[in-house]
Each structure stands twice: as C-alpha cells, then as structure tokens.
Design a protein around this ligand. Structure first.
Ligand SMILES: Cc1cc2nc3c(=O)[nH]c(=O)nc-3n(C[C@H](O)[C@H](O)[C@H](O)COP(=O)(O)OP(=O)(O)OC[C@H]3O[C@@H](n4cnc5c(N)ncnc54)[C@H](O)[C@@H]3O)c2cc1C
Length: 479
C-alpha cells in the first residue's frame, strides 16, 4: 500500500471539477486490493478518523475533496476481471478504479456496449456508481443504476458485503440483513423521489433492493470495491447528427417531438454555447442560435433513418444544407468531441475568472421543460451574467453554467441558482440529476426532501457508519 504523507505530493487529490477550494488531509492511502481497504477502514473506524474516498476527481460537487482525515484512493484497484458475451448482451466484472473509456474500449473489442456515456470519459467506474452518473445516452438506457447487477462494498468497520440484485430486498421501507453475524435493521427514508433522473440523496422506495442504496451514496456508506455491470450488444452503426437551429425555441420544440422518435441521445447547446463553438470551429453555420446533437442507431437502411429525421428537422425550421451527419466512427467521435469541448470550457473559464463557476444539475418532468427553459432565459437575460445552457435535453436535464467575473456577479449567480432549484422542485423536478449533492449542493436537498427526509437519510448513514467516518461533509453538513 502506498502512503503519501507530504501535502505537496497529494494536492491533486484535494481537487475535482467543482473548483471547491480549501480541501486538506493528513495523508493519502493508495491500497492495492480489497483486504487492504478493509484494514485501512477498520483502523480509521477504531480511531474515528474521517475517510474520504477518491475516484478520478472529475466530480462536479466537491464530493471527493477531503476536509480533514485521510483520503483513500481507489486508483490501484483497476482490473477488468471478466467480460462475458451472451447471445444478447453480456456483463463485465471489474474493480472501481477502471476508467470509463477503458471499459468501453474493452467492451467494444468483444462486440459489447456499455450504455453509460458521459461527456467525461476519464471518470472511474466506482465514481460513476457512487454518484449514479448518467450523461447523454440515459435518454434511451437510463442512468448507471440500471446497469449495476452486483456490487462488493466494504463498510466503515471493514466488513465486506457481497450484494447481487434480488438477494436482499426491503420489506416496505424496512431493510434487514446480516454481515459477519451483525444484524442490521434500517428504516429507509419515507420520501417520494422525483420522477426524473435523480442523484440527490439516498435512493428510497418500497421493497427496494439493497444494491440501490449503495448507488448514488457519494462515498458516505461504503467503499465499492467490485461491480458487475450489464452490457448490451454493440449497435451495428450509429447515425449522429448535429442540427443547427435559427431560433432557440425551435430547438426546444424539436426536442419535444424527438422524444417519440426514440434516439439514443439528445444534447442541447444554447446560443452562447454556439458562439463559443464558432470561435473554435469556424465551420459552424453563421445564423445558428441553438444546436441539438443527437444519436440514433441504424437498424434498417441509411435512407430510412435519414428520411425519419429529415421530416422532423424540416418541421422545426432546420435547413438540411446546414445539418451535419456522421455516418462513420471518426466523424461521430468528432461531433461528440465538440460537445465535450463546451463542458470542458466551463471549468477553464471559471479557472481564468478566478471565481467558482455556479452550475445547475436540474431535471424536470419532460412536459415541464419549456416552462423551465423560459424561466432560465427570463432571469438570465436580466442578470448581465455570462451564462451557458447545455446538456441532456432528452431527459429534460440542462446544465446552466454561470461564470462570475467578480464577487458581486458570484453572489448574483448563487441567488439565481437558488431560484432555479426552487422552480425545479415546484415543477416536480430534482435538485441534482447526475452529479450528486457532494459539498456544494447540500442546502438544496432540504428543499427536495424537507428536514424530515434529511433526518431519515442521516439515520441510514448512522446505522451503517456509526462513527460517521465516511465521506464527511457529503450530503450532510458534517465537517
Ligand atoms: C467535462 C465534464 C463532463 C461531465 N459529464 C458528465 C456527464 O455527462 N454525466 C455525469 O453523470 N457526470 C458528468 N461529469 C461529472 C463526473 O464525471 C461524474 O460525477 C463521475 O461520476 C465522477 O467520477 P470520478 O471517478 O471522477 O469520482 P470522484 O470525483 O473522484 O468522486 C465522486 C464521488 O464518488 C465517491 N467515490 C468514488 N469512488 C468510490 C468508490 N469506489 N466507492 C464509494 N464511493 C466512491 C467519492 O467519494 C465522491 O463522493 C462530468 C464532469 C466533467 C469534468
């Protein structure tokens, strides 16, 4: 096991994509295997030392940033143990430190397909499970949760739990199980989760599977040391299209119609994103006010699919001369890179401005999206803030990124963020659809589930981690 004790050598473990500042730790441990993790936890638990689990650090909510105690990095647990193919689909068994892009590559070689497709491919599998990450293709396939078949988790006291879907289920909201002759009886939260994509707080549902409790727990309930993930057969060919719209609301209306056409993904870029893109890529059509990048699968013929989308695009004012279509893997990748460029630029711009970017991760029920978008536009256009709206319009899940240039703008952006969160909750949406709550969105959770919901979640945490050592400061105000 490697231990880094010199803060100069572990500064990078105290950062992620949120720009949250001030992280500190006594030291960083880098175990090689699950038994080493178990003994680190046993020791930390006996001394009540906080442990922050670190994945790849691409998180957007400051969740892997420690404020005291030790950091436990999963980077050395990076083996893909098995990939099996059946007639239809297959599965992969792997450790948490495997990069998403490596998993995808390994699956591709066997003709298989891992459906989770974030714009950031350098996340660890463990991090994506711990945040219930999703991304563009969740429109067709759902979030990470839908891919997890089994998990191995180490609890705060070092006990190892092997969990397979269907093995342990709650009775109503009561979850009972045994590990190492210790009996756990846990009352699950009684709240109703929003009917959108959701990564806010603990999963809780009548008769739920215990596996679901450990997905989206943000390193507060246990260390995920192994996962079995569902794979699908690789789609024969992708049809990827970048459609450029003369007005933003034409793109909003197109998205509402496109839901029924069942693409793999539907990604939106607003007018300000287009301007950013045009500075980097000079071939982006001049009169564009918004764009939608979407992927579909070619099942029958190319002609059939072109005809299907051509009709829909023309209906919403898109000139086909100005539409880009990728019919091969290389161009497909180039289109996705353009979309990724926008996400990356948000972090870069915030770094340059010296202020933390303020960004939302809200999803609302699909039929409420036009109302939510209009609310964003009305408030942002009055604010004088530099802002960008983009993301997973297929799931009615758009990120609003505000880049403050001074303290006053930062405060204004935080005020607007709160207004957006309240509006989302009022429309039946969530306060975090894929990034999690971490340390930057804790106050929003109360708006979603109320004081009672937080208390109920905390009781779950206390039952599994009585000394409160894991993921201090994530989800709950516990520093
Ligand atoms: C440009 C960009 C684009 C992005 N696009 C998307 C997107 O499309 N969809 C999306 O969902 N997210 C996206 N993200 C956010 C980020 O990639 C995800 O949140 C990802 O799941 C984080 O994984 P990580 O390995 O980097 O985790 P980290 O940031 O290291 O940690 C995140 C949380 O997981 C916990 N954790 C990590 N490993 C384990 C483990 N083994 N056991 C228990 N807990 C653990 C940590 O303690 C922490 O609470 C994007 C980020 C960037 C920078």
């Amino acid at each position: 096991m490697i231990i880094k004790r010199d803060p100069l050598n572990f500064q990078s473990y105290l950062e992620d994509s949120s720009n949250l500042k001030g992280g500190h730790a006594r030291y960083v441990v880098i175990p090689q295997n699950a038994p080493e993790i178990s003994s680190v936890l046993k020791d930390a638990n006996s001394k009540k030392t906080p442990v922050t689990i670190s994945g790849a650090g691409t998180g957007q909510a400051g969740a892997r940033i420690a404020f005291g105690g030790l950091v436990l990095s999963t980077e050395k647990l990076n083996a893909i143990k098995d990939i099996k193919k059946f007639d239809e689909g297959g599965y992969a068994v792997l450790e948490p430190g495997v990069l998403i892009k490596d998993l995808k590559e390994a699956c591709g070689k066997k003709g298989l397909f891992y459906t989770y497709d974030p714009t950031e491919q350098t996340a660890f599998v463990g991090g994506t499970i711990a945040t219930n990450a999703s991304g563009a293709r969740s429109f067709r396939y759902g979030s990470t949760r839908q891919c997890v078949k089994a998990l191995k988790v180490i609890l705060a006291d070092g006990a190892i739990l092997s969990l397979r879907r269907g093995g342990i289920k709650a009775k109503g909201r009561l979850l009972e199980f045994e590990v190492n002759q210790k009996h756990y009886k846990i009352n699950l939260p009684t709240y109703k989760m929003p009917r959108t994509k959701n990564s806010a707080g603990y999963y809780a549902e009548d008769n739920m599977d215990i596996v679901d409790l450990f997905i989206g727990q943000e390193g507060t309930l246990g260390v995920i040391v192994e996962a079995e993930l569902k794979l699908l057969e690789k789609p024969k060919e992708f049809f990827t299209c970048f459609a450029f719209f003369p007005e933003e609301h034409f793109a909003w209306n197109f998205a509402q119609d496109a839901y029924n056409a069942n693409p793999l993904s539907l990604e939106y870029l607003d007018n300000n994103c287009i301007k950013l893109l045009q500075r980097m890529y000079h071939n982006v059509p001049g009169q564009t006010k918004a764009a939608i990048l979407f992927e579909d699968e070619i099942r029958e013929s190319e002609n059939a699919i072109i005809e299907k989308w051509e009709k829909l695009l023309s209906k919403h004012g898109v000139s086909l001369d100005n539409t880009w279509v990728a019919m091969n893997e290389k161009t497909h990748r180039e289109f996705l890179d353009k979309r990724h460029y926008i996400g990356e630029q948000m972090g870069e711009m915030a770094k340059r401005s010296g202020f933390t970017k303020v960004h939302t991760d809200l999803a609302v029920p699909k039929e409420k999206l036009p109302e939510m978008l209009q609310f964003y536009k009305d408030n942002l256009s009055k604010s004088n803030l530099e802002y960008f709206i983009f993301g997973h319009i297929g799931d009615a899940h758009l990120h609003v990124n505000m880049i403050p240039s001074g303290k006053k703008e930062y405060n204004k952006a935080r005020e607007l963020e709160l207004e957006f969160v309240k509006k989302s909750v009022a429309l039946g949406g969530t306060v975090s659809a894929e990034h999690g709550i971490g340390k930057t969105k804790r106050e929003f959770l109360k708006l979603l589930y109320g004081e009672k919901g937080i208390r109920e979640m905390f009781a779950v945490k206390k039952a599994l981690d009585p000394n409160l050592i894991l993921g201090r400061g994530n989800i709950f105000h516990l520093l």
